[in-house]
Structures are given as structure tokens and as C-alpha cells.
Design a protein around this ligand. Structure first.
Ligand code: PGA
Length: 238
């Protein structure tokens, strides 16, 4: 049984008060804990990997500290990640957040999302530098590719296949095509161990994707902003 990853990409959404509501309502926390436990219990008990299913929340930078506190207080089995990282080390880079700073709060970072490539001109060379910064500082990159020809930098273990036509449109790729891309990426890049699918994932379609042999989980945007939808998504993944 494979280890499952569910990554929530909140993008540029939610204030502290909205995050508190998402996270702090007792009912939601109980739903979350219950579903993470269901995900674990449903797998064969002797498979130690299943103890490590990963639910990773990637909020805006402004909420990382607050969410870390909430996760610890509420004992919710979630990990944290950022949505971007500086391609530079610490220093005179006004406005940048570097990998060492992110590591204070989380273990993961999304790199190369198509929204950053398209809106902020991030190119392959810059993305290689970001991956390097993440790796040397102990952050695990979740590297987004737009199709199977997008280059994946050395050292990347987790890739998210996110066709731009599927992002935020309600038109997901087919699970069969996503599986083909996942298989191709794993055979082309020997460092890649995990391939996620992203783009209009919902509680209704998540199972079709995670049931595919080479798909190890999902990256979820819109459906992660509503805690009830996100809980349903976790429930339906197992
Ligand atoms: P979506 O976004 O789930 O809203 O389509 C996915 C993503 O861009 O990470």
C-alpha cells in the first residue's frame, strides 16, 4: 500500500481570522483527526508506511507561524509547507523569504507552480536555484510540472503534475492521462519517488486519481479553502 500525500495550496487566500475559523472550530478538528485516522486504519496494519500519510497545508507566508501554533495546540496531524521560496540565501534581498526562514515553520515548499511561472516570470534556471536552496536547508520541494516535458531539477523527490487547463477550471485531467504522465516522469527522473496530481481535485474525483498506480496523492487548491470540503476529500481518498 502506498503512502498518500494530500497537499492543500491556499494560494493568496485567507486572513488570520479566516484561518482561525478554518482551523479552530472544534467540529472541524474532530472531522480532520477522524479522517486522518480512517486513512491510516483502512490500510493494512503491518505496513509501516501507512503511518506516515502526509496531509500538508501550504498557507501564505503570513499564516505559517499562526498555523504552526494551532497545529501544536490542537494536536492535528498536519505538516506545513510554503508556496514559494527565495532563490537566494539570506542577505540583502528585500521582500524575499529564504529557505532557512521557512524551515522554522515547515518541512515542504511548493516550487514552480504555473501561476508563479506565468505571473512572476519564474524560469527553469531560477527554479533550479530555488530547489537547491530548499534542499540544502532541509526543505522538501514539491516541484510542479505542467506536462511531461517540463524539466525536473536534480534532487527533486516529489513532483506535482498540474496541467494549467485543469487549474481552477473545474476541468480535471483524466486519471488515465495523469497516470501516464506520472509513470513517464518516474521512469525519466530516477530521483522522483512521488508524483501528485493537481487541478480541480474534489471530494468526488480524488479516489479515481489516488487509485492510479503511479499517483501518490493530490495537490488541492480551491477545495482546500473550505474545511468541510477538505475533510470530505480526505475521507474519500481512502
Ligand atoms: P485547484 O488548484 O485545485 O483550484 O484547481 C490546484 C493548484 O493550482 O494547486
Amino acid at each position: 500500500m502506498k503512502k498518500l500525500y494530500i497537499v492543500a495550496n491556499w494560494k493568496s487566500n485567507l486572513t488570520k481570522e479566516e484561518a482561525r475559523k478554518w482551523f479552530e472550530e472544534e467540529a472541524n478538528i474532530e472531522i480532520f483527526i477522524m479522517h486522518v485516522m480512517i486513512m491510516r486504519r483502512d490500510k493494512p496494519p503491518k505496513d509501516s508506511d501507512t503511518e506516515n500519510n502526509e496531509i500538508i497545508i501550504c498557507p501564505p507566508f503570513t499564516l505559517l507561524s499562526y498555523l504552526k501554533t494551532l497545529i501544536e495546540e490542537k494536536k492535528v496531524p498536519f505538516k506545513l509547507g510554503a508556496q514559494n521560496v527565495s532563490s537566494f540565501d539570506s542577505g540583502a534581498y528585500t521582500g524575499e523569504i529564504n529557505a532557512k526562514q521557512i524551515k522554522d515553520f515547515g518541512d515542504y515548499v511548493i516550487i514552480g507552480h504555473s501561476e508563479r511561472r506565468n505571473n512572476f516570470g519564474e524560469n527553469d534556471d531560477e527554479l533550479i536555484k530555488k530547489v537547491r536552496q530548499a534542499l540544502v536547508n532541509g526543505l522538501m520541494p514539491i516541484f510542479c510540472i505542467q506536462n511531461e516535458t517540463t524539466p525536473v531539477p536534480d534532487g527533486v523527490k516529489i513532483v506535482a503534475y498540474e496541467p494549467p487547463s485543469a487549474i481552477g477550471t473545474g476541468n480535471p485531467d483524466t486519471p488515465e492521462n495523469a497516470e501516464k504522465v506520472a509513470e513517464a516522469v518516474k521512469s525519466k527522473y530516477k530521483d522522483v519517488e512521488v508524483v501528485l496530481y493537481g487541478g480541480s481535485v474534489t471530494s468526488e474525483n480524488i479516489k479515481q486519481f489516488v487509485d492510479m498506480e503511479n499517483i501518490n496523492g493530490v495537490l488541492v487548491g480551491g477545495a482546500s479553502l473550505d474545511p468541510v470540503k477538505f475533510a470530505a476529500l480526505m475521507k474519500n481518498a481512502s
